[in-house]
Design a binder for this molecule. Structure first.
Ligand code: URA
Ligand code: SF4
Length: 225
């Protein structure tokens, strides 16, 4: 079964060779069960050269979900989302915006760390659109189980996963956006887009961009009241 798929696809990263994640997603309502199951996922080629799959973390009944892109180098090693530098900045911004970091559920569009090796260092590489599509069943399963009222889309990968390839964070940030049609609705009331905290870390106008991130997160906090 999955073993055949992997060997048939070995050495090639052609989208059609990979089945997508759905056959590995367990039934039921448990959020905790997803992280275990994702370790076996062979839905696309990204499980290779990684330490582990990184599923979301946070309260299973959180009102707010934060959706990033994919685990980074630290997250791959530790098995938790947003534990590296971008995560620390995000937590500080959440607190500043009046949101309790321990009350939100953090996750990513893609569950394995895509990277290239350069001089022995693992350099982040954004997932391709086809890899995002293959991995989507995991995010949909999380949303179906956590049933949040709102979701913050951190950066272009999350924004485009929700609203399609033409979505631009810069044009839509910091205001109420609808709950995406393809997502399990349940309590879903809104999404809100904002630039990824990693882009704030890289910015030459870091203080300004951090203040703008905080302002966007304040809007999310208000939408929850
Ligand atoms: N960037 C992300 O998008 N997600 C993480 O978990 C860490 C960094
Ligand atoms: Fe499965 Fe997603 Fe990992 Fe691809 S990135 S192997 S679809 S969990």
């Amino acid at each position: 079964m999955s073993g055949d798929v992997v060997s048939a696809a070995d050495g090639r990263a052609r989208p059609g060779d990979w089945p997508g994640a759905s056959e590995w997603v367990p039934r039921g309502r448990s959020v905790a069960a997803l992280a275990d199951a994702a370790q076996r996922c062979r839905g696309c080629d990204l499980f290779r050269d990684t330490t582990q799959a990184v599923m979301g973390s946070g309260p299973a009944d959180a009102e707010l979900v934060l959706v990033g892109e994919q685990p980074g180098d630290r997250e791959d090693v530790e098995g938790e989302p947003f534990v590296g530098p971008a995560g620390r900045l995000l937590d500080a911004a959440l607190t500043e915006a009046g949101l309790d970091p321990s009350a939100v559920y953090r996750t990513n569009v893609v569950k394995h760390f895509r990277h290239t090796d350069r001089g022995g260092k693992r350099i982040h590489k954004s997932p391709a659109r086809w890899q995002v599509a293959k991995c989507e069943p995991w995010l949909l399963a999380e949303l179906d189980r956590v049933r949040p009222r709102g979701a913050v889309l951190l950066g272009a990968t999350a924004g485009q996963e929700a609203f399609g390839a033409t979505f631009r964070v810069g044009e839509s940030r910091g205001r109420w956006l609808p709950w995406p049609q393809a997502w399990p609705a349940h309590r879903g009331e809104f999404t809100l887009a904002t630039p990824h905290p990693a882009s704030v870390l890289r910015s030459r106008r870091r203080d300004e961009d951090l203040a703008a991130l905080v302002a966007d997160l304040r809007v999310a906090a208000e939408l929850l009241t």
